[in-house]
Write a protein that binds this ligand. Structure first.
Ligand SMILES: [Zn+2]
Length: 425
């Protein structure tokens, strides 16, 4: 433990440099830029350390093209003896920069006073990726005769569903020989994230009939129909969802209930844009569409979640003779939650206690991340998110990662490797 901790702490400058280099490769998604560059950079870092690297393009997945190929990197370090495989998975893509920055988003500035590195993707999650690499390197150096294997993957498109990343690799069987997965997402260095809630996105459309706006009684307003849907949601659905509480330790507390967001609403004639200087035409809207984002709990069933909406639409229909509607599924994810007594959870909790001297907290993420693909496609239920950084910093302007946090969580990860790859012989 001490030798390993020392080996990690002595790599502080390497850790800062590695994090900075990763931030300076602007892997923006969408559209999916510089994916090959970041994979080649990591290959050049890890190959001299004895990792066998493989670059895998997720050909044909959403967004994959000649211009924006979906590249992934898998690095593998084989031990001296047979044993289990511990796999660290980080996504290498970052979200758009947005407004409000006071630092260069891709400058990766290290502020010595604050001991932080600034930049898009620093917290979510290039800092976590760098921490896992340093942990693996230090472990291999201090314990060269370990059993089993260590894998580090840097994967594409987590921010847009992960189909060109972990989902693709899982479908290709890359998780078939993996026993433990740690995803170093920024969940705080003292917390273990066991999983996430489920998701159902759908588009609901109400139909009407177009007519002249001066004689609306000759048409049928799709917007008024949608208004009735929204009123019914206010009266019956939101109170119902707020009352459903989960045993999952979801953070923040508001997300321990079922939630529903309406992401968008469109009705009537299209928006003609800021350059258009004319007046709108008087028409009764014949279409109105909303996109809903329903997050559900492990206690709920997706079919039941969908039936709730259909039942609501039917209640509205019973009161409105000309009411017609359609519901189209857009996206769905089943909730995922690793058991607290799963080996990777127990080992990480013990390591947090030893490194930080405090009990590990257990949380569940309100939104999904790549665990869904490892769980459903990879059929591996021994997976957690654990990594440095403040979750609230993700996707924000002036995003940063604390160097001390990275070092601490790197020591936790190193200890997990020790427990899983050396204790059992
Ligand atoms: Zn992330």
């Amino acid at each position: 433990m001490d030798m390993l901790s020392d080996a990690i702490l002595s790599r502080r400058d390497d850790l800062i440099r590695l994090t900075q280099d990763l931030i300076r490769i602007p892997t923006l998604n969408p559209p999916g830029q510089h994916y090959r560059d970041i994979c080649e950079y990591l290959e050049a870092q890890l190959t001299p350390k004895g990792f066998e690297c493989e670059l895998v393009r997720a050909t044909g997945t959403p967004g994959d093209s000649q211009k924006y190929p979906r590249w992934n990197l898998i690095a593998r370090r084989q031990g001296e003896r047979p044993g289990e495989c511990v796999h660290f998975n980080s996504h290498h893509d970052v979200v758009e920069v947005g407004n409000g920055w006071t630092r260069d988003p891709f400058g990766a500035e290290y502020d010595a006073e604050e001991d932080r590195i600034y930049g898009r993707g620093s917290c979510d999650m290039k800092g976590g990726l760098a921490a896992s690499i340093i942990a693996a390197e230090a472990f291999v150096e201090t314990c060269p005769d370990f059993a089993g294997s260590i894998e580090i993957s840097a994967t594409a498109d987590e921010e847009t569903g992960g189909y060109g990343g972990v989902a693709f690799l899982a479908e290709q069987g890359y998780y078939a020989d993996v026993q433990h997965v740690i995803i170093p997402e920024p969940l705080h260095k003292d917390r273990i994230c066991l999983g996430h809630r489920g998701v159902w996105w759908a588009e609901i459309e109400t139909h009407g009939r177009i007519a002249h706006g001066s004689m609306p009684f000759l048409g049928d307003s799709a917007i008024r129909h949608m208004g009735a849907v929204l009123a019914e949601m206010e009266e019956t659905l939101w109170p119902l969802l707020a009352g459903k509480r989960t045993e999952m330790p979801v953070i923040p507390d508001g997300a321990r209930s079922s939630t529903l967001n309406i992401n968008s609403i469109h009705g009537g004639e299209p928006d003609l844009g800021p350059d258009f200087t004319g007046l709108p035409a008087p028409c009764v809207p014949d279409r109105c569409r909303i996109t809903i984002d329903r997050r559900f709990l492990i206690e709920e069933d997706l079919a039941e979640v969908k039936r709730e909406i259909t039942a609501l639409m039917e209640r509205v229909r019973a009161r409105r003779p000309t009411f017609r509607y359609e519901i189209r599924d857009l996206f769905e994810v089943i909730p995922s939650m690793t058991e607290r007594d799963a080996p990777v959870v127990r080992t990480t909790a013990a390591a947090i206690e030893r490194v930080l001297g405090i009990q590990a907290g257990y949380v569940v993420s309100p939104g999904t991340y790549d665990q869904k693909h490892i769980d459903r496609i990879g059929k591996l239920h021994n997976c957690i998110a654990y990594g440095p950084g403040v979750l609230e910093m993700a996707h924000q302007p002036d995003e940063w990662i604390g160097v001390e946090d990275m070092l601490d969580s790197s020591r936790v990860m190193g200890l997990v490797l020790t427990d899983l790859l050396t204790v059992k012989q």
